[in-house]
Ligand binder design. Sequence first.
Ligand SMILES: Nc1ncnc2c1ncn2[C@@H]1O[C@H](COP(=O)(O)OP(=O)(O)OP(=O)(O)O)[C@@H](O)[C@H]1O
Length: 263
Amino acid sequence: MKLEVKNISCGYADKTVISDISLTVRCGESLCILGPNGIGKTTLFKAMLGFIKLQSGQILLDEEDISSWSRRSLARKVGYVPQAHNPPFPFKVIEVVTMGRTAHLSLFSSPTRQDTKIAEEALQTLGIAQLKDRIYTQISGGERQLVLIARALAQQPAFLIMDEPTANLDFGNQIKVLNQIKRLVRNENLGVIMTTHFPNHAFYCASKVAVIEKGNAFRIGTAEEVITEDYLKTVYGVDVQIISVGEKHEGRRVCIPVSANCG
Ligand SMILES: Nc1ncnc2c1ncn2[C@@H]1O[C@H](COP(=O)(O)OP(=O)(O)OP(=O)(O)O)[C@@H](O)[C@H]1O
């Protein structure tokens, strides 16, 4: 399956935030979107999820324009994972994950035993079945992020859109979440589109990287093609060095800052 953003422009009222961006993600691929604060990454996601109207362009799922699809139909194909939040009510984890089945229920119907089973399987897939009966407001930020991914998985979508899935997580939980994303792409054949503020996260888990720059410039390609020392200097105004780690320098690339202007 293929999710295609074709020459879209979008924004708020008469303000254009994203201008003429195109990208394609297939099932079994992960796309990391980088870019400075306020550049429009979340706005792009809102447009892809149908929360705001496109000013121009199209979003296609297997060549089919989704502009006329209902929220429900879209939710069966595209799941959204927001940043971990504290809900106002102390639901059990299994209840939060079962909410992911909403797109599959008919109006006024309650989740069936099969829906609960699917929610339990989603928890198992993410290795957090033991959290099932815990209260969502009483688990850690990292656990909450995994629960929100499980909720999106219970939707049984083909694609997951994730807004900064590692935000506010400690180092260990960041890696756990990134490992789960890699596994979902590789083993469950999901297509993932995520934002991050860390080029190293893109080196770690992305098949493709897109960068939105000031002035609506946009670049997309493999991590190696897009994340270069010169380009990071252009986009973020910082000096970095990109080095290869691992045996015989054939391993993964990482990006480290090389100067700090403290003046
Ligand atoms: N509801 C809204 N109405 C009007 N303008 C908005 C609205 N939401 C966001 N904006 C503006 O749109 C621009 C892009 O915001 P957006 O949240 O998409 O950026 P972002 O790249 O996701 O930022 P960050 O990395 O800081 O999360 C910003 O100038 C922001 O102020």
